[in-house]
Write a protein that binds this ligand. Structure first.
Ligand code: ADP
Length: 499
């Protein structure tokens, strides 16, 4: 390990493939990204061309190493992190995919899910997988592919492989074509039993999926094999597979029960380390893997805000109230508060803890004096209110009051939003120096697998807080604001009820 100085993360996302080179201390050296086309064959359907995924991932790896200007022989290990749930099937003999990948956002299997729910499978799915039966997860996508391509008989003979993005990349990038997935990715298929840590026969029967086509489930940090030598000219161990949100939780060093991170992107993803015991949330949060290390699972609660940064995009693109997302901060800061205005951006319904798909966007509390700045501020604050709802639910379900919120993602650049978030939660909001927490998490996990770090504590030494936003809102104001938000959500829910 003497001459090993770098770790590399491959971050295969929904709109682009990226690669990031880090030092062993977790500092970013260089990164490269390549976008690829999205395919929408029908309304509500979303696909990726597997060849695009592979070529953009390989190109970005080479570009990042070139930019870093390092000798590839100095790379200690590579970790792969990925968009979750997106579903591939390929021929075991040739490696050729039988169909485009069906992307997590794709709604084509909603009728299959409706049917499962009508047949009463919902509670069993929830109890075994920690998920809520939904088309989002891979299981029904795989069933659809088997039905549509009429290849179940071949799958039974082991001639066809299923995989999520991590499996697909491992198969194509690692010598010897391993057919593997890690527990965080397996946990998003609706086929994996979080208690036994194995594929579940009852779930497989429910969707008529042959076990012979499933990848072997491995630990999140585990050496899989060497990177294909033709890619960088040397052998480098590929040593971690991890879903993107789980990688971010790890990259934020959320190693203790109750540690929580929120990623403010298009949507917001909040995950809390829920410890080593499987528990179901009472607020409709998902239970998912945090990671599995040395065969030992750590669980997490997960909740998402559908309209996070997307609310700011809406202000920009539909309302024309701002010209850039960053401008939202100055406009919002031009007024001291929203003047009693609340925006509930339930454009596509509300998730946990409300779970109402019929709610729609609602703007309440306007007066003759309400102006653009108040509405922009209300939009920014709505991201913080929705995140607070998740945070409070997690604290309740976990029985632990978190002492801080760790943040990342594009909209975490907004100081006003971060300060308001801290004020609402009444705990400090911590923004780390490396905001590429997803890539960092995958790199650190790979480092752990090859022995660069001896334990989690050592791994965490790469995580540094750059900015802390301390709460300084008084309790009365905080409670008033939260009460106002609840009333606004009630108004939105009530409007949906009268439908
Ligand atoms: P994703 O990974 O989902 O594409 P990013 O992490 O790149 O998202 O964040 C982009 C989102 O953050 C966009 O929705 C954008 O509107 C929002 N955003 C970016 N910068 C700011 C800012 N300074 N203030 C508020 N929102 C922002």
């Amino acid at each position: 390990m003497m001459n090993k100085r770098y770790l590399v993360a491959l971050d295969q996302g929904t709109t682009s493939s990226r690669a990031v080179v880090f030092t062993l201390e977790g500092h970013m050296v260089a990164s490269a990204a390549q976008e690829f086309p999205q395919h929408y064959p029908q309304p509500g359907w979303v696909e990726h061309d597997p060849a695009d995924i592979l070529s953009t991932q390989i190109e970005s790896l080479r570009a990042a190493v070139r930019k870093a200007d390092i000798n590839p022989a100095e790379i200690a290990a590579i970790g792969i992190t990925n968009q979750r749930e997106t579903t591939f099937i390929w021929d075991r003999e040739t490696g050729v995919c039988l169909h485009n990948a069906i992307v997590w956002q794709c709604r084509r299997t909603a009728p299959i899910v409706d049917d499962l729910i009508a047949k009463g499978f919902g509670p069993m799915i929830r109890e075994k997988t920690g998920l809520v039966a939904d088309a989002y997860f891979s299981g029904t996508k795989l069933k659809w592919l088997l039905d549509e391509m009429n290849v179940r008989h071949r799958a039974k003979k082991g001639e066809i492989c299923f995989g999520t993005v991590d499996s697909f990349l491992a198969w194509h990038l690692v010598e010897g074509h391993p057919h593997v997935t890690d527990a965080t990715n397996a946990g998003r298929t609706m086929l994996f039993n979080l208690h036994t840590q194995e594929w579940d026969d009852e779930l497989l029967r429910m969707l008529d999926i042959p076990k012979e086509m499933l990848p072997q489930v491995i630990d999140t940090a585990q050496v899989i094999g060497d990177l294909r030598e033709d890619l960088l000219g040397v052998k480098i161990p590929v040593a971690a597979l991890v879903g993107d949100q789980h990688a971010a939780l790890f990259g934020q060093a959320c190693f203790r029960q109750g540690d929580v991170k929120n990623t403010y992107g298009t949507g917001c993803f909040m995950l809390m380390n829920a410890g080593e015991e499987f528990r179901l949330s009472k607020s409709g949060l998902l239970t998912t893997m945090a990671w599995r290390l040395n065969g030992k699972p750590t669980y997490a609660f997960e909740g998402s805000v559908f309209m996070g940064g997307a609310t700011i995009q809406w202000l920009r693109d539909e309302m024309h109230m701002i010209s850039t997302a960053a401008e939202s901060e100055a406009v919002a800061a031009s007024v001291g508060d929203t003047g009693g205005v609340y925006l509930v951006p339930a454009f596509t319904g509300l998730g946990a803890p409300y779970w109402n798909m019929y709610t729609r966007g609602t703007l309440v509390g306007m007066t003759r004096g309400t102006g653009r700045a108040h509405i922009v501020r209300a939009a920014l604050e709505s991201i913080a209110y929705q995140s607070r709802d998740l945070f409070a639910s997690m604290a309740r379900d976990c029985g632990i009051d978190s002492m801080a919120l760790r943040v990342d993602g594009g909209a975490s650049a907004n100081q006003l939003l971060m300060q308001f978030q801290a004020d609402l939660l009444n705990v400090p909001v911590q923004r780390p120096a490396v905001l590429e927490t997803t890539a960092l998490g995958a790199a650190l996990l790979a480092g752990l697998a090859v022995g660069i770090y001896s334990d989690l504590q050592e791994t965490a030494s790469g995580w540094h807080v750059a900015d802390t936003f301390a709460p300084h809102m008084d309790e009365t104001t905080r409670q008033e604001k939260i009460h106002g938000w609840r009333r606004a959500v009630d108004a939105a829910l009530h409007w949906a009820e009268e439908r």
